[in-house]
Design a protein around this ligand. Structure first.
Ligand SMILES: [Zn+2]
Length: 54
C-alpha cells in the first residue's frame, strides 16, 4: 500500500515532507518550498532557516 502525499498548499508532489506549525492552521504536510515560504510569512523578522541540505 502506497500512501501518496501531496503538498497541502501547492498540491505538488512532496519530495521531502515538512509538517506545518500548529499556528499556521494548515492541516497537512508541506513541501520544502511552501514550508520555507510559510516560515518567511510568519516569521519575517527572524532568521529561521530551513535546512535544505539533502
Ligand atoms: Zn508546496
Amino acid at each position: 500500500m502506497v500512501l501518496k502525499e501531496n503538498c497541502t498548499i501547492c498540491k505538488g508532489r512532496i519530495e521531502k515532507k515538512y509538517m506545518p506549525m500548529k499556528e499556521w492552521k494548515i492541516n497537512g504536510p508541506l513541501c520544502s518550498k511552501c514550508y520555507s515560504k510559510k516560515i518567511g510569512e510568519h516569521y519575517p523578522g527572524e532568521h529561521i532557516r530551513v535546512n535544505l541540505d539533502e
